[in-house]
Write a protein that binds this ligand. Sequence first.
Ligand code: TYD
Ligand code: MG
Length: 454
Amino acid sequence: MAKNKTVFVCQNCGTQSTKWIGKCNACNAWNTFQEEIIVSQKNTSLATNQYVSKPLLLSEIQVEQVVRINSGITELNGVLGGGIVPGSVLLLGGEPGVGKSTLLLQVAVALQKKVLYVSGEESPQQILLRAQRLKHQSEHCIILNETRVDAIILHAKDSMPELLIIDSVQTLKHPDIDSAPGTVSQIRETCNMLIEFAKQNHIPLLLIGHITKEGSIAGPKLLEHMVDVVLQFEGDMHYMYRILRSIKNRFGATSEIGVFEMMHYGLREVSNPSELLITRNKEELSGVAIAATMEGARPFFVEVQALVSTAAYGTPQRTVNGFDSKRVSMLLAIIEKRLGIKVYTKDVFVNIAGGIKVQDTATDLAIIAAILSSLFDIFIPGYVCFCGEVGLSGEVRSVSHIEKRVKESVKLGMKQVYIPTSDAAKQTFDAEIIPCSRIDTAFKRLFRSQQNDT
Ligand code: TYD
Ligand code: MG
């Protein structure tokens, strides 16, 4: 019987200490040390003739044709770079209630192959209720309510599924480790066993992991190193849109995203998100501008809404949803300095419609357009869209993938596209292009009459 000893492990970064300490020296987190039992490893050194592994020259390695498994969900296939690689391990993280269990249950059902869905969180009855809401049903999906990792592996050996799903890694329990499920050593050891099983038997393994308040996957970063693919499921509880983002992918690029909408029958794939996010501005309201942004390699058109009103109390309010608020402050300073328009006495509210979060700096031009539109109370027609990064001196800077953005705008029925002059010179486009080199000249055309007054 191996002798067990205990150590204190930081639940945030996995640093070990022989005694309890209040603050982790490595990651500076407070109160993260917990006592855990570690199983001592037997010293098994290999004799020279016992080597099983064999080093190979790069040129000697045979190419294996990997046939990816179609997950049955096109958006997920896209994010993975073409489907699930046999024997790969995927970790899906996300906040509670975002739809992780729903997504993987949909995969289990859509696959129409033998799938073992292990849930430590919900009873088979609860899973059945969820499955009944989904549009499709499967004859081959086996549900197992179990948290002991050795029992899970025995069941998996018995049934030899074509896909193994674990909901969630925080509920898994190793028989030799006394600490509570969800702690570093439990997650590390249980996932190690599952990953070893998956790799040996070429069964793809999908793990669900909770995320912490700070937004990282609970448990050690170590888990993210152990798996092949890390996906994050994001979304605002108040909106139905969910975005699946790839953070790490050993078999493809991490630039693709998948968009879903939570419906009463589960998650619906949204293949053209721009169409959903843009509401045609029929009532001719001011303060709305359409931005041609990119999410990964995909054009993603969003509606920027702004409201500028006179500040009633001392310091004006600046409230931003869905975009970096510091960047909006910078854009306001640029408007002030480079256009000579006074905004320091105004409350400014900026919102990206639909609860979407945008990071692309090419949104700058649309944000300025929306702010000016609200300030002058001039409506921007729905067939106009903007893309361009704005620099501190008011210059409109070049953006990536300009052809894709313009092509998408044509598809969406846009007639005029404001783009940086440097990008406009590169090629010819199908839409009417309005080249912008500086913001003052760019907006003269749109807000001509009002600019003279201010
Ligand atoms: P769930 O997959 O349980 O989230 P997670 O596993 O990430 O914690 O689902 C979360 C929410 O989705 C739940 O609050 C109810 C909602 N939902 C729907 O709106 N429609 C549906 O068809 C399903 C299955 C869930
Ligand atoms: Mg769940």
